[in-house]
Design a protein. Structure first.
Length: 543
């Protein structure tokens, strides 16, 4: 069996680890055979497993993936010279080696990708060269250098620069342009001349050639436009005096069963003289384009994953801040017991409740802002601050609701809200304001009644008038406030929990019982709205 090892560089310099075990573990956790101190590397990230005479790189369900020669893999056989990167194409590079006595080919192709090596072997077979002659050696050297440059490029801009430089060198054409596909359209992203200077616009290229390459789903070339009657009549060719054109779609095949995905397009041309490429040059050009497309695909995926992770982290921070802002301390009152729960359907939501106890009364608030997620949560936090401050200032319920309505209408934020405000006195008298919200329930045993005085929602009509309702609680009665996430909860058949479900559940017990029955009703169905409940059980004022 051949001996094998991997080499890499860390803070201490070059490290070489012999692969003597049947499985060599790699990760960030102390105790792994190879410890990589990189935040993109998972605690137990990957392993190099020995299977007979072969070595396999095996991803251990890592968070950010394992890459072999720039391509994300789960499990694949290693060949000498392969480059392994964990968690990122910018991360630590581990290079796989076998015993030098058996590794002539491995050393020759060190740093190249397996796909490029395979392509060159195929080219040699097709040209009938068992061993490459001088031209073959030059092509091989170019191919290995191309692989090295592409695989060392981590950012999209670097990959495109390498791609343009390499293909201009191979074809001897004068200019190169790369377009990337965004929202179904080709967007110019980079241009380069053969002398290395940047080109900032694509006004003089042949868009007809680009269209033909995209429509044919394959490379489109014209070696000499003057000898091609059709191409010689294109306006761009005549105006810009273009002699040679080469267009190659950059495609990435997602799977063997699905069509290839168009990522972009490479355009090369020359204005001075025609350029004729050999069959081998064409195949080399195709190979490097395929390699570049694969790298682009991986970088785009990595960037999308990074942005998604960043968004999740920011959302978690926002949720923590939002939770702190909306936190409510439930007061202990001699004449009433209060319970409350809110369950957002996303990380943060637009429902909230509040309880403000003063020396002669207690105020109860429940609000449901239209929509879900971050936009609704921002408006909810703002309204919570406004209403809380107004209650502490002992403003009337009608005045508070009018203020909230004016605020939302004047700001034109595109959000409205339903709400219930309640003022409960120690003697059981209550005043309430319901603005388009689920009607509050008063429950005692099997008896249930609704507080039916209602008003318009806030935030839709400027200058709307609001009228409070009056009622009184008797000792033992429970006042229940709920958002429509409760009444509009659906089961798998599309039936609503409704007022009937809320009323039945309220007779059976407190808010925990109600939430349990809603959860049972929904079963496997996912909650589509935030759910909030607030309950006050009145005991009567102490003598």
């Amino acid at each position: 069996m051949r001996a094998a090892s991997v080499t890499y560089f860390d803070a201490g310099g070059k490290c070489t680890v012999a692969l003597e075990k049947s499985s060599t573990s790699i990760g960030r956790l102390a105790g792994q055979d190879i410890v990589l101190n990189d935040p993109a590397v998972s605690r137990r990230h990957a392993a190099i497993a020995r299977e007979g005479d072969a070595y396999m790189i095996v991803d251990q369900k890592s968070t950010h993936g394992t890459y072999l020669n720039g391509v994300r893999v789960d499990k694949v056989m290693l060949t000498p010279g392969d480059v392994i990167q964990l968690g990122s194409l910018k991360g630590v590079r581990l290079q796989f080696h076998t015993d030098p006595a058996d590794d002539t080919e491995g050393r020759l192709f060190a740093g190249s990708s397996t796909s490029l090596l395979t392509s060159f072997k195929k080219l040699a077979q097709e040209t009938g060269e068992a061993k490459p002659a001088q031209r073959g050696i030059e092509q091989l050297t170019w191919l290995l250098e191309a692989a090295r440059q592409l695989n060392e490029s981590g950012e999209i801009d670097e990959i495109l620069t390498a791609l343009l430089g390499l293909t201009l060198q191979l074809t001897h054409l004068e200019r190169g342009f790369v377009f990337l596909r965004e929202n179904g359209e080709m967007r110019f992203v980079q241009g380069l001349r053969a002398d290395g200077t940047r080109v900032d616009e694509d006004a003089t290229i042949s868009h007809t050639a680009i269209r033909k390459a995209i429509e044919s789903r394959s490379k489109f070339t014209v070696s000499d436009t003057l000898a091609d009657q059709s191409a010689s009549e294109w306006s761009s060719v005549m105006v810009s005096k273009i002699r040679s054109i080469c267009c190659i779609p950059l495609r990435q095949r997602v799977s063997a069963q699905s069509p290839s995905e168009l990522l972009g397009l490479l355009y090369l041309d020359s204005q001075l003289q025609p350029e004729f490429l050999s069959d081998v040059d064409h195949q080399l050009l195709d190979t490097i384009a395929i390699e570049a497309a694969a790298l682009l695909h991986n970088v785009v995926l990595a960037e999308a994953e990074f942005k998604a992770r960043q968004a999740r982290e920011e959302l978690a921070i926002a949720a923590k801040i939002h939770s702190g802002l909306m936190a409510v301390s439930i007061p202990a009152l001699p004449y009433a017991t209060i319970q409350a729960r809110t369950i957002p359907c996303l990380e943060i939501g637009g429902d909230f409740y509040d309880v403000v106890a003063l020396d002669d009364c207690v105020y109860l608030t429940i609000v449901d802002v239209s929509g879900k997620g971050v936009p609704a949560a921002i408006v909810a936090a703002t309204l919570q601050g406004i209403i809380h401050a107004q209650l502490l200032a002992r403003q009337s319920l009608a005045a508070i609701v009018a203020l909230v309505n004016r605020f939302l209408c004047d700001r034109a934020v595109g959000k409205y809200a339903t709400l219930v405000l309640v003022k409960l006195n120690p003697d059981g008298r209550l005043e309430y304001m319901n603005c388009g919200h689920v009607e509050p329930l008063v429950v005692q045993g099997a008896d249930v009644r609704r507080l039916e005085v209602g008003n318009l929602v806030v935030g839709l009509i400027a200058g709307a008038q609001y009228t409070p309702g009056q009622d009184a609680l008797r000792p033992g009665e429970r006042l229940i406030l709920a958002t429509d996430g409760i009444t509009e909860a659906e089961n798998h058949a599309g039936d609503l929990f409704g007022y009937t479900g809320l009323t039945t559940a309220a007779r059976d017990g407190n808010i925990e019982v109600i939430l349990a029955q809603v959860d049972k009703f929904q079963a496997a169905s996912r909650a589509e709205d935030d759910c909030t409940l607030l309950e006050v059980q009145y005991r009567a004022a102490a003598d």
